[in-house]
Each structure stands twice: as structure tokens, then as C-alpha cells.
Design a protein around this ligand. Structure first.
Ligand code: NDP
Length: 291
């Protein structure tokens, strides 16, 4: 019997293709399957085997990496082949909500498979790199057993616990920051454009501003956890004036104000709740209460 390392990768979007490539780089026997078969061409040219169908892809290996758009795509792909799921370890690197990750783990268990939920924190260019990382959750023993293969996907792995929702939760915590931040960058570029500047003209300023945020996170984390929102460094009333300046600057330039308007709305609620003299960190308390 061969000791050759082997894995199946289902889903060959940019991420799945990068993962298949990383496994090939590490000498794995790689079986692939994708709804649109032509997306397997590059991996096959490098030595991967294209399974004729999902059943074949599942039958080829115990370890199955799923890199699909979301969990609807997971059910659409695996549902018709569910009889082939018994005994499989599904490393589900498709993103979705924590609740859907828990439901999918349950669905897999009912069919004799085990799901390890994953949340990859890097784009395709980061796959296969030692410094990249992925959150995992699900059975620890299964994670430990397959860790060498998981470390091919990203060199760093962070097992958050047995609850299959935890990796998805950590992923979404990163994503709420990522998407809001990247949209704030598009807003800044639009404001620059409206004033005759290009993205390249503001790049050093944008990078410096983004880099400065880490210091704010560190400063506020301990205070927020302690419920301390004293306005000794910043006051919500100061922030209110500032976010209104942002809104008006964008409005005056004829730029869409959806994003700065939403920020003003949050600050306004904090002011209305009587927090003018508190730090803007008090907004966490408002957010905790829901809309
Ligand atoms: P894509 O959405 O580009 O592709 C994923 C795959 O899903 C494709 O192979 C596609 O098949 C397949 N798929 C979608 N819907 C169905 C369906 N109904 N039935 C069968 N197959 C389906 O995703 P990426 O490769 O960019 O990303 C994969 C996962 O990784 C996503 O969950 C994403 O959120 C996450 N992620 C992505 C990052 C990125 O930078 N791209 C970074 C971190 C995480 P087909 O080729 O036939 O369309």
C-alpha cells in the first residue's frame, strides 16, 4: 500500500485552484472536481486527477477540501452524492454564517461524515504560504490528524474549539472589519476623484491612516472590556462634529453619502442617549443592544 499523501479538492474558483496547486507543490496525489469542468484544466495539466463526478471525488480520499462560494453551493454539490459521504472528513473552507456552519456539520454527521469548518484569512495569493493563517473548528482529534495537510493550505492554523460555528464566527469578525474598511477606502477614493485626485495621489495618506488603526484597537480593547468609556481622550460630542464634517465634505463634493450618513446616524443615537461626554467607544454598548 502506498503512503503517498492524497487529498480531494472540490470547488476550483481562485481559492480552490490555489489550494490544489499548493497540494501538488507538496507532492500530494490530488483529485479535483468542479461544476464547470474546464476550471480543472490547470490543475490537471500539473498532474491532478479530474474525478468524473462528485461521487468519484469523494470516493478517492478520506480528506476532502471544499472551497465553494457558500453553503448553498455545498449542499447543491454534495446533496446528490450524499451516499458517498460516509467516512469522509470535509474541510469546509467555504464561507457562510456560524449558524449555517453548525447546521452543515450536523448534516454531514447524519451522513457519516465529519466537518472541520475553516475560515481562510488570505486571498488566493496567500494560499500555500507559511505566514498565512486559517481558523478551524470542529473535532480536535480530526484537526490534529489532518494538520499536516491543513498546513499546506496555510502555514498557520488556529483551532478555536469543537463548536463548528467558531471558525465561521472568527472569519465573520474579520469580514465585518474588512468590508467596512474597504468600502471606507472606496469612499475616500471617490472623494479624492471628485476633487481631481487619483487613488495613487492619496495612497501614502490612506496607508498611514489604515496603519494607525491598530494602535486605536489596542488602546481601547482593555477599556471596552472593562466597560470604561470615559471621555478623557476623545468625547462623543467631538466625534459627532467630526463625522458631520465628513458627511458634509462628501455631500459638497457630490459624492454618495450612504456610508458617512450611516456613521452620523450611529453617533446621533449615542448623543441622543446622553453620551456626549463619553468616549466614542460607548457606541459598542449601543451596538450590543441591537437596532
Ligand atoms: P468563487 O465563488 O469564485 O468559486 C467557488 C466555487 O464555487 C466555484 O468552483 C464554483 O463553481 C462553485 N459553485 C458556486 N455555486 C455552486 C453551485 N450552486 N453548485 C456547484 N458549485 C458551485 O469563490 P473563491 O474561489 O474566490 O472562494 C471560495 C471560498 O473561499 C468562498 O466561500 C469565499 O468567500 C472564501 N474566501 C475567498 C477569498 C478570496 O479572496 N477569493 C478569501 C478568503 C475566503 P463554478 O466554477 O462552476 O462556477
Amino acid at each position: 500500500m502506498s503512503n503517498k499523501k492524497s487529498v480531494t479538492v472540490i470547488g476550483l474558483g481562485p481559492m480552490g485552484q490555489a489550494m490544489a496547486g499548493a497540494f501538488l507543490d507538496h507532492g500530494y496525489d490530488v483529485t479535483v472536481w468542479n461544476r464547470t469542468a474546464s476550471r480543472a484544466d490547470a490543475a490537471v495539466a500539473r498532474g491532478a486527477t479530474l474525478a468524473p463526478d462528485v461521487e468519484g471525488a469523494l470516493a478517492a480520499n478520506e480528506l476532502v477540501i471544499l472551497s465553494l462560494t457558500d453553503y448553498d453551493a455545498v449542499y447543491a454539490t454534495l446533496g446528490p452524492a450524499e451516499a458517498a459521504l460516509t467516512g469522509r472528513v470535509l474541510v469546509n473552507l467555504s464561507s457562510d454564517t456560524p449558524e449555517r456552519a453548525r447546521a452543515a456539520a450536523h448534516w454531514a454527521a447524519e451522513r457519516g461524515a465529519v466537518q472541520l469548518t475553516g475560515g481562510v484569512t488570505v486571498p488566493p495569493s496567500g494560499i500555500g504560504r507559511a505566514e498565512s493563517s486559517t481558523f478551524y473548528s470542529g473535532p480536535r482529534e480530526v484537526f490534529d490528524r489532518h494538520r499536516p495537510a491543513l498546513e499546506v493550505v496555510t502555514g498557520r492554523t488556529d483551532h478555536r474549539g469543537e463548536d463548528p460555528g467558531l471558525a465561521a464566527l472568527m472569519y465573520q469578525i474579520g469580514m465585518v472589519m474588512f468590508w467596512s474598511s474597504i468600502v471606507s477606502y472606496w469612499q475616500a477614493v471617490a472623494l479624492a476623484n471628485a476633487n481631481g485626485m487619483k487613488a495613487a495621489d492619496i495612497l501614502p495618506h490612506a496607508v498611514e491612516t489604515a496603519n494607525s488603526l491598530a494602535g486605536f484597537f489596542s488602546f481601547y480593547a482593555e477599556r471596552v472590556d472593562a466597560g470604561l468609556h470615559t471621555g478623557d481622550v476623545d468625547r462623543l460630542a467631538m466625534g459627532m462634529a467630526s463625522v458631520e464634517h465628513v458627511l458634509h465634505t462628501n455631500a459638497d463634493a457630490g459624492v454618495d453619502t450612504t456610508l458617512p450618513g450611516a456613521v452620523v446616524e450611529l453617533f446621533r443615537r449615542g448623543m441622543d442617549a446622553g453620551h456626549a461626554a463619553d468616549s466614542s467607544s460607548v457606541l459598542v454598548e449601543l451596538l450590543n443592544k441591537g437596532a
